[in-house]
Design a protein around this ligand. Structure first.
Ligand SMILES: Nc1ncnc2c1ncn2[C@@H]1O[C@H](COP(=O)(O)OP(=O)(O)OP(=O)(O)O)[C@@H](O)[C@H]1O
Ligand SMILES: [Mg+2]
Length: 310
Protein backbone atom coordinates (compact mmCIF):
# COMPACT_ATOMS: atom_id res chain seq x y z
CA UNK A 1 0.00 0.00 0.00
CA UNK A 2 1.09 3.60 -0.43
CA UNK A 3 2.65 5.60 2.40
CA UNK A 4 1.10 7.46 5.31
CA UNK A 5 -1.87 9.81 5.08
CA UNK A 6 -3.31 8.00 2.10
CA UNK A 7 -6.78 6.65 2.69
CA UNK A 8 -6.53 3.11 1.47
CA UNK A 9 -8.40 1.45 4.29
CA UNK A 10 -12.19 1.44 4.53
CA UNK A 11 -14.54 0.67 7.40
CA UNK A 12 -18.32 0.36 7.23
CA UNK A 13 -20.16 1.06 10.49
CA UNK A 14 -23.84 1.05 11.39
CA UNK A 15 -26.64 -0.58 13.29
CA UNK A 16 -27.17 -4.34 13.11
CA UNK A 17 -28.59 -5.50 9.78
CA UNK A 18 -28.23 -2.17 7.88
CA UNK A 19 -25.92 -3.78 5.30
CA UNK A 20 -22.32 -3.46 6.61
CA UNK A 21 -21.31 -6.87 5.30
CA UNK A 22 -23.21 -6.43 2.01
CA UNK A 23 -21.68 -3.02 1.29
CA UNK A 24 -18.17 -4.09 2.42
CA UNK A 25 -18.38 -6.95 -0.08
CA UNK A 26 -20.00 -4.91 -2.89
CA UNK A 27 -17.52 -2.05 -2.41
CA UNK A 28 -14.54 -4.45 -2.43
CA UNK A 29 -15.86 -6.10 -5.58
CA UNK A 30 -16.30 -2.72 -7.30
CA UNK A 31 -12.73 -1.64 -6.42
CA UNK A 32 -11.35 -4.97 -7.69
CA UNK A 33 -13.24 -4.42 -10.96
CA UNK A 34 -11.62 -1.00 -11.19
CA UNK A 35 -8.19 -2.64 -11.11
CA UNK A 36 -7.38 -2.44 -7.39
CA UNK A 37 -6.00 -5.41 -5.50
CA UNK A 38 -8.36 -5.64 -2.55
CA UNK A 39 -8.40 -7.53 0.74
CA UNK A 40 -11.74 -7.60 2.56
CA UNK A 41 -11.51 -8.63 6.21
CA UNK A 42 -14.38 -9.63 8.47
CA UNK A 43 -13.96 -8.47 12.06
CA UNK A 44 -17.42 -9.70 13.00
CA UNK A 45 -17.36 -12.86 15.13
CA UNK A 46 -20.71 -13.76 13.48
CA UNK A 47 -18.88 -13.90 10.12
CA UNK A 48 -21.44 -13.39 7.37
CA UNK A 49 -18.89 -12.14 4.84
CA UNK A 50 -18.22 -15.64 3.50
CA UNK A 51 -21.95 -16.12 2.89
CA UNK A 52 -22.17 -12.80 1.04
CA UNK A 53 -19.21 -13.74 -1.16
CA UNK A 54 -20.35 -17.33 -1.58
CA UNK A 55 -17.17 -18.96 -0.20
CA UNK A 56 -15.91 -20.36 3.09
CA UNK A 57 -13.40 -17.96 4.64
CA UNK A 58 -10.53 -18.66 7.02
CA UNK A 59 -8.05 -16.64 9.12
CA UNK A 60 -5.78 -15.85 6.14
CA UNK A 61 -6.46 -14.23 2.76
CA UNK A 62 -8.11 -16.50 0.19
CA UNK A 63 -8.70 -15.53 -3.45
CA UNK A 64 -12.37 -14.86 -4.24
CA UNK A 65 -12.38 -13.34 -7.70
CA UNK A 66 -9.76 -11.61 -9.81
CA UNK A 67 -7.83 -9.15 -7.58
CA UNK A 68 -10.26 -9.75 -4.70
CA UNK A 69 -9.13 -11.60 -1.56
CA UNK A 70 -11.05 -12.17 1.67
CA UNK A 71 -10.48 -13.45 5.18
CA UNK A 72 -12.20 -13.57 8.54
CA UNK A 73 -10.43 -12.81 11.80
CA UNK A 74 -10.55 -15.70 14.24
CA UNK A 75 -11.19 -13.61 17.36
CA UNK A 76 -10.98 -16.60 19.72
CA UNK A 77 -7.48 -17.39 18.43
CA UNK A 78 -6.47 -13.73 18.81
CA UNK A 79 -7.75 -13.66 22.41
CA UNK A 80 -5.61 -16.76 23.13
CA UNK A 81 -2.57 -15.17 21.44
CA UNK A 82 -3.02 -11.94 23.41
CA UNK A 83 -3.35 -13.83 26.72
CA UNK A 84 -0.35 -16.03 25.92
CA UNK A 85 1.82 -13.01 25.07
CA UNK A 86 0.80 -11.26 28.28
CA UNK A 87 1.35 -14.46 30.25
CA UNK A 88 4.92 -15.02 29.02
CA UNK A 89 5.83 -11.35 29.55
CA UNK A 90 4.48 -11.34 33.09
CA UNK A 91 6.10 -14.69 33.87
CA UNK A 92 9.48 -13.29 32.82
CA UNK A 93 8.91 -10.13 34.85
CA UNK A 94 7.71 -11.88 38.01
CA UNK A 95 9.88 -15.01 37.79
CA UNK A 96 11.09 -14.35 41.34
CA UNK A 97 7.58 -14.24 42.79
CA UNK A 98 6.06 -17.73 42.83
CA UNK A 99 3.34 -16.74 45.30
CA UNK A 100 1.54 -14.73 42.56
CA UNK A 101 -0.79 -17.23 40.86
CA UNK A 102 -0.61 -16.19 37.21
CA UNK A 103 -2.84 -18.98 35.94
CA UNK A 104 -5.89 -17.90 37.91
CA UNK A 105 -5.12 -14.27 36.97
CA UNK A 106 -5.29 -15.19 33.25
CA UNK A 107 -8.47 -17.22 33.71
CA UNK A 108 -10.08 -14.03 34.99
CA UNK A 109 -8.47 -11.87 32.30
CA UNK A 110 -9.91 -14.07 29.52
CA UNK A 111 -13.42 -12.91 30.47
CA UNK A 112 -12.53 -9.38 31.58
CA UNK A 113 -13.99 -6.33 29.87
CA UNK A 114 -11.61 -5.10 27.22
CA UNK A 115 -9.92 -8.40 26.37
CA UNK A 116 -11.91 -8.93 23.14
CA UNK A 117 -11.32 -5.34 22.05
CA UNK A 118 -7.57 -5.62 22.62
CA UNK A 119 -7.46 -8.91 20.72
CA UNK A 120 -9.33 -7.28 17.84
CA UNK A 121 -6.99 -4.28 17.87
CA UNK A 122 -3.92 -6.53 17.59
CA UNK A 123 -5.63 -8.51 14.83
CA UNK A 124 -6.17 -5.24 12.90
CA UNK A 125 -2.55 -4.27 13.57
CA UNK A 126 -1.47 -7.62 12.17
CA UNK A 127 -3.50 -7.10 8.97
CA UNK A 128 -2.08 -3.58 8.66
CA UNK A 129 1.57 -4.43 9.37
CA UNK A 130 1.89 -7.93 7.95
CA UNK A 131 -0.66 -8.22 5.14
CA UNK A 132 -1.70 -4.82 3.78
CA UNK A 133 1.52 -4.28 1.80
CA UNK A 134 0.29 -6.89 -0.69
CA UNK A 135 -2.90 -4.93 -1.49
CA UNK A 136 -3.99 -1.51 -2.77
CA UNK A 137 -6.98 -1.38 -0.46
CA UNK A 138 -8.09 -3.14 2.74
CA UNK A 139 -11.80 -3.11 3.60
CA UNK A 140 -12.99 -4.07 7.10
CA UNK A 141 -16.46 -5.48 7.68
CA UNK A 142 -17.18 -4.54 11.29
CA UNK A 143 -18.96 -6.19 14.23
CA UNK A 144 -21.92 -4.60 16.07
CA UNK A 145 -21.61 -0.91 16.94
CA UNK A 146 -20.78 -1.30 20.65
CA UNK A 147 -17.74 -3.49 19.99
CA UNK A 148 -16.61 -1.42 16.99
CA UNK A 149 -16.74 1.84 18.95
CA UNK A 150 -14.78 0.25 21.77
CA UNK A 151 -11.91 -0.98 19.62
CA UNK A 152 -11.80 2.30 17.66
CA UNK A 153 -11.55 4.23 20.95
CA UNK A 154 -9.09 1.89 22.59
CA UNK A 155 -5.87 3.46 21.21
CA UNK A 156 -6.94 6.88 22.56
CA UNK A 157 -8.07 5.62 25.96
CA UNK A 158 -5.15 3.22 26.43
CA UNK A 159 -2.79 5.94 25.21
CA UNK A 160 -3.87 8.15 28.13
CA UNK A 161 -3.24 5.31 30.60
CA UNK A 162 0.14 4.46 29.11
CA UNK A 163 1.20 8.14 29.29
CA UNK A 164 0.32 8.29 32.97
CA UNK A 165 2.10 4.98 33.68
CA UNK A 166 5.17 6.24 31.82
CA UNK A 167 5.25 9.40 33.96
CA UNK A 168 4.92 7.26 37.09
CA UNK A 169 7.75 4.98 35.98
CA UNK A 170 10.00 7.98 35.26
CA UNK A 171 9.21 9.27 38.72
CA UNK A 172 10.25 5.92 40.23
CA UNK A 173 13.49 5.89 38.22
CA UNK A 174 14.32 9.44 39.37
CA UNK A 175 13.76 8.45 43.00
CA UNK A 176 16.04 5.43 42.49
CA UNK A 177 18.74 7.73 41.10
CA UNK A 178 18.55 9.96 44.17
CA UNK A 179 18.75 6.99 46.57
CA UNK A 180 21.69 5.48 44.63
CA UNK A 181 23.56 8.79 44.81
CA UNK A 182 22.91 9.18 48.53
CA UNK A 183 23.71 5.57 49.36
CA UNK A 184 25.66 3.68 46.70
CA UNK A 185 25.56 0.58 48.97
CA UNK A 186 21.76 0.44 48.89
CA UNK A 187 20.16 -2.48 46.96
CA UNK A 188 18.33 0.18 44.89
CA UNK A 189 21.70 1.26 43.45
CA UNK A 190 22.05 -2.17 41.86
CA UNK A 191 18.62 -1.85 40.14
CA UNK A 192 17.96 -0.03 36.91
CA UNK A 193 17.94 3.77 37.28
CA UNK A 194 18.08 4.91 33.67
CA UNK A 195 14.92 4.94 31.54
CA UNK A 196 16.87 3.89 28.44
CA UNK A 197 17.89 0.65 30.19
CA UNK A 198 14.62 0.06 32.04
CA UNK A 199 12.55 -2.85 30.71
CA UNK A 200 9.27 -1.50 32.03
CA UNK A 201 9.87 1.94 30.50
CA UNK A 202 10.89 0.27 27.23
CA UNK A 203 7.71 -1.82 27.21
CA UNK A 204 5.53 1.25 27.87
CA UNK A 205 7.20 3.17 25.02
CA UNK A 206 6.59 0.25 22.70
CA UNK A 207 2.90 0.00 23.62
CA UNK A 208 2.53 3.77 23.22
CA UNK A 209 4.06 3.59 19.74
CA UNK A 210 1.80 0.71 18.67
CA UNK A 211 -1.29 2.55 19.95
CA UNK A 212 -0.22 5.73 18.12
CA UNK A 213 0.08 3.82 14.84
CA UNK A 214 -3.40 2.34 15.30
CA UNK A 215 -5.00 5.68 16.16
CA UNK A 216 -3.42 7.22 13.04
CA UNK A 217 -4.66 4.26 11.03
CA UNK A 218 -8.24 5.02 12.16
CA UNK A 219 -8.07 8.82 12.14
CA UNK A 220 -5.85 9.58 9.13
CA UNK A 221 -5.58 6.57 6.86
CA UNK A 222 -9.11 5.20 6.94
CA UNK A 223 -12.22 6.11 4.96
CA UNK A 224 -15.09 5.47 7.34
CA UNK A 225 -18.67 5.22 6.13
CA UNK A 226 -21.73 5.03 8.31
CA UNK A 227 -24.70 3.13 6.90
CA UNK A 228 -28.35 3.90 7.57
CA UNK A 229 -31.60 2.40 6.32
CA UNK A 230 -34.76 4.39 5.72
CA UNK A 231 -35.79 4.11 9.36
CA UNK A 232 -35.50 6.24 12.48
CA UNK A 233 -33.53 3.77 14.64
CA UNK A 234 -30.64 3.25 12.22
CA UNK A 235 -30.33 7.04 11.82
CA UNK A 236 -30.19 7.55 15.61
CA UNK A 237 -27.50 4.90 15.87
CA UNK A 238 -25.52 6.57 13.07
CA UNK A 239 -25.67 9.86 15.01
CA UNK A 240 -24.43 8.10 18.14
CA UNK A 241 -21.53 6.64 16.14
CA UNK A 242 -20.69 10.07 14.73
CA UNK A 243 -20.74 11.72 18.17
CA UNK A 244 -18.61 9.01 19.77
CA UNK A 245 -16.06 9.14 16.95
CA UNK A 246 -15.94 12.96 17.07
CA UNK A 247 -15.02 12.71 20.74
CA UNK A 248 -11.93 10.61 19.98
CA UNK A 249 -10.83 12.56 16.91
CA UNK A 250 -11.97 10.10 14.23
CA UNK A 251 -13.94 11.60 11.35
CA UNK A 252 -16.60 10.06 9.12
CA UNK A 253 -16.20 10.38 5.35
CA UNK A 254 -19.51 9.20 3.95
CA UNK A 255 -23.07 8.27 4.83
CA UNK A 256 -24.74 5.46 2.90
CA UNK A 257 -28.48 5.13 2.71
CA UNK A 258 -28.90 1.42 2.01
CA UNK A 259 -32.20 -0.34 1.17
CA UNK A 260 -33.67 2.84 -0.31
CA UNK A 261 -37.34 2.20 -0.96
CA UNK A 262 -37.61 -0.74 1.45
CA UNK A 263 -40.12 1.04 3.59
CA UNK A 264 -42.66 3.81 3.32
CA UNK A 265 -42.46 4.72 7.02
CA UNK A 266 -41.57 8.34 7.81
CA UNK A 267 -37.89 8.97 8.46
CA UNK A 268 -35.31 11.62 7.69
CA UNK A 269 -31.56 11.92 7.68
CA UNK A 270 -30.35 13.74 10.78
CA UNK A 271 -28.90 17.26 10.33
CA UNK A 272 -25.69 16.05 11.97
CA UNK A 273 -25.12 13.67 9.05
CA UNK A 274 -26.05 16.12 6.30
CA UNK A 275 -22.53 17.49 6.04
CA UNK A 276 -21.32 14.09 4.82
CA UNK A 277 -21.54 13.06 1.17
CA UNK A 278 -24.58 10.78 0.91
CA UNK A 279 -24.69 7.66 -1.27
CA UNK A 280 -27.98 5.91 -1.90
CA UNK A 281 -28.33 2.21 -2.63
CA UNK A 282 -31.64 0.71 -3.70
CA UNK A 283 -33.44 -2.04 -1.87
CA UNK A 284 -33.26 -5.27 -3.89
CA UNK A 285 -36.56 -7.09 -3.19
CA UNK A 286 -35.21 -10.28 -4.77
CA UNK A 287 -32.45 -10.40 -2.06
CA UNK A 288 -28.66 -10.54 -2.29
CA UNK A 289 -27.27 -14.06 -2.33
CA UNK A 290 -24.25 -14.19 -4.64
CA UNK A 291 -21.36 -12.09 -5.98
CA UNK A 292 -23.58 -11.51 -9.05
CA UNK A 293 -26.27 -9.99 -6.84
CA UNK A 294 -23.57 -7.94 -5.07
CA UNK A 295 -22.42 -6.44 -8.32
CA UNK A 296 -25.95 -5.09 -8.84
CA UNK A 297 -25.68 -3.00 -5.66
CA UNK A 298 -24.54 0.23 -7.27
CA UNK A 299 -21.63 1.43 -5.15
CA UNK A 300 -19.84 3.10 -8.09
CA UNK A 301 -20.32 6.66 -6.76
CA UNK A 302 -19.04 5.61 -3.34
CA UNK A 303 -16.01 3.91 -4.92
CA UNK A 304 -15.32 7.06 -6.94
CA UNK A 305 -15.48 9.18 -3.77
CA UNK A 306 -13.07 6.80 -2.01
CA UNK A 307 -10.65 6.81 -4.94
CA UNK A 308 -10.97 10.59 -5.30
CA UNK A 309 -12.05 10.34 -8.95
CA UNK A 310 -15.04 11.84 -10.80
N1 LIG B 1 -29.74 -3.11 -0.71
C1 LIG B 1 -30.23 -4.24 -0.21
N2 LIG B 1 -31.35 -4.78 -0.77
C2 LIG B 1 -31.87 -5.93 -0.28
N3 LIG B 1 -31.38 -6.62 0.75
C3 LIG B 1 -30.26 -6.12 1.35
C4 LIG B 1 -29.63 -4.92 0.90
N4 LIG B 1 -28.55 -4.69 1.67
C5 LIG B 1 -28.51 -5.70 2.57
N5 LIG B 1 -29.53 -6.55 2.38
C6 LIG B 1 -29.86 -7.76 3.17
O1 LIG B 1 -30.07 -7.36 4.51
C7 LIG B 1 -29.59 -8.36 5.42
C8 LIG B 1 -28.58 -7.71 6.37
O2 LIG B 1 -27.48 -7.26 5.60
P1 LIG B 1 -25.99 -7.40 6.14
O3 LIG B 1 -25.75 -8.76 6.67
O4 LIG B 1 -25.10 -6.89 5.09
O5 LIG B 1 -26.08 -6.37 7.34
P2 LIG B 1 -25.02 -6.13 8.52
O6 LIG B 1 -25.10 -4.69 8.85
O7 LIG B 1 -23.71 -6.68 8.12
O8 LIG B 1 -25.66 -7.02 9.66
P3 LIG B 1 -24.95 -7.46 11.04
O9 LIG B 1 -25.05 -6.27 11.93
O10 LIG B 1 -25.79 -8.60 11.48
O11 LIG B 1 -23.54 -7.82 10.71
C9 LIG B 1 -28.97 -9.45 4.55
O12 LIG B 1 -29.93 -10.46 4.36
C10 LIG B 1 -28.69 -8.74 3.23
O13 LIG B 1 -28.70 -9.62 2.11
MG1 LIG C 1 -22.42 -8.09 9.06
Amino acid sequence: MEGNNVRNIAFFLGKGGVGKTTLSAAFSLELAKRGKRVLVVSLDPAHNLGDALGIRLVDRPEPVLERLFAMEIDLTAWVERYLEESRSELKALYAYNSSFNLDSFFDIMRYSPGTEEYAMLWAIENVYCELSAGYDVVVFDTPPTALSLRFLALPTISGLWVNELTKLREHILKKRQVISRLNPESPVAASCVDKDDDRVHGKLSLISKRLGVLHRLFSEESFISVIVNPDVLSVSEAMRIKDELDRIGIGLHAACLNKRGASTAAWRIDDGLKALPLFELDYKPEGIRSPDDLSRVDVSALAAEFLGVE
